[in-house]
Design a protein around this ligand. Structure first.
Ligand SMILES: [Ca+2]
Ligand SMILES: [Ca+2]
Ligand SMILES: [Ca+2]
Ligand SMILES: [Ca+2]
Length: 372
């Protein structure tokens, strides 16, 4: 925006003036906002119904349907609209099994996930039929993987100066890779790439480029029930490997730095995306650590009437495994020409050529929790 906006754009950025037809108050999740349909809607905040109408069907079946709505509907009606169990429940057999999941905070404040679907395929009873499917062959039940990604992916809080809010073509969507590193005891990685159609650059647009791949990750360990896990470590990437690398790997007491907001299925992780660059931070303090001009970062909406209007919950797909992908083409997410597993630069579905972001594949396959 810095490069192309006329003076009123800068005034808007500075909070001085309005932007014709686009205002900073337009919530990124508002379905009426001009974002690509179905790409950056807020699916947590009561807008699931809107997304259900024609959105879920656009994506790969079973991968990224509106799980919140699907689970809610399942809970309310006994009809599983998210993951078809495929069980031949006759009229006398009662309602079909409805996969459900919810989050909570453990006594020590760590984020936990509980589900009536076991995480491991070898713990999934035959009676659940297709619910136990493992199409990506990683020994985790795909329905569990999908619910885990849906409920554990973070809600993003944006800065009041975030340029994507004024970009009608902006797309934000997440791609997840969730897999076990150990089955007994169960330990799981959830690597979540947050794709943005554009990095708007810092310092009046310097370093702007099409495509932006940022990420967060969680390490999950088993609780007692076969579908339950708790976060044992969290990772937020900020300028990964660059001079201003501010990656964080939180474990132990540091996990208490994680922030949460209310979601429809329990607390949801809140991550701060830095203004225009979209680096991920666990807190404002973690983000705004520098005062050096053009190297400092801003996170969180300051001086606005409704901070929640600056949050969004990107849709997520389970990309499956490198050897058994569930999703490859990311066009349905709004990223035409992009692929989850090809080793190619990510240009956010925009013009290729020139500088783009690092590949989704690399960020889906580099384990931040691996021992060096
Ligand atoms: Ca699986
Ligand atoms: Ca998987
Ligand atoms: Ca970036
Ligand atoms: Ca701010």
């Amino acid at each position: 925006m810095h490069r192309t906006w006329p003076a009123w754009g800068l005034l808007w950025l500075l909070g001085i003036g309005g932007c014709p037809g686009q205002t900073a108050a337009t919530p990124p999740g508002d379905p009426d906002a001009a974002h690509d349909a179905g790409q950056s809607g807020d699916r947590d905040a009561g807008q699931s119904g809107d997304r259900d109408a024609g959105q879920s069907g656009d994506r790969d079946a079973g991968q990224s349907g509106d799980r919140d709505a699907g689970r809610d509907a399942a809970a309310d009606t006994g009809v599983d609209s998210g993951t078809d169990s495929g069980a031949d429940a006759g009229p006398e057999a009662g309602p079909p099994f409805a996969p459900t999941a919810a989050t909570s905070l453990a006594a020590d404040g760590r984020l936990a996930l509980s589900s009536n679907v076991p995480a491991r395929t070898d713990g999934c009873p035959e009676s659940l039929g297709e619910v136990c499917a493992d199409a990506d062959g990683d020994d985790l039940v795909d329905a569990w993987e999908e619910m885990a990604l849906e409920l554990l992916r973070p809600r993003l809080r944006l800065d009041e100066g975030e340029d994507l809010l004024g970009d009608p073509a902006a797309v934000v969507a997440a791609i997840g890779h969730i897999y076990p590193t150990s089955l007994a005891p169960l330990e799981v990685r959830a690597l979540i790439v947050i794709g943005y159609s554009r990095d708007y650059g810092s310092c009046l647009g310097i370093s702007a480029h099409n495509g932006d791949t940022e990420r967060v990750a969680l390490r999950l360990v088993a609780l007692t029930a076969p579908g339950d896990v708790v976060v044992s470590a969290a990772f937020t990437a900020a300028h990964d490997g660059a001079p201003l690398d501010h990656n964080r790997l939180l474990a132990g007491d540091e996990l208490q730095e994680m922030e949460f907001v209310d979601g429809e299925s329990g607390p949801r992780w809140l991550v701060y995306a830095s203004e225009d660059k979209h680096a991920s931070y666990v807190s404002v303090a973690d983000c705004e650590f520098s005062d050096i001009p053009c190297f400092d970062e801003d996170c969180s909406p300051d001086g606005v009437a409704d901070p929640s209007a600056f949050e969004l919950l990107p849709p997520v797909v389970n990309a499956g495994e490198p050897a058994a992908p569930l999703v490859e083409d990311l066009a349905a997410l709004g990223f035409a020409g992009e692929d989850a597993w090809l080793d190619q630069p990510f240009c956010g579905g925009r013009t290729r050529g020139g500088i783009c972001a690092g590949s989704v594949r690399k960020k889906l396959t580099t384990d931040p929790f691996a021992e060096p």
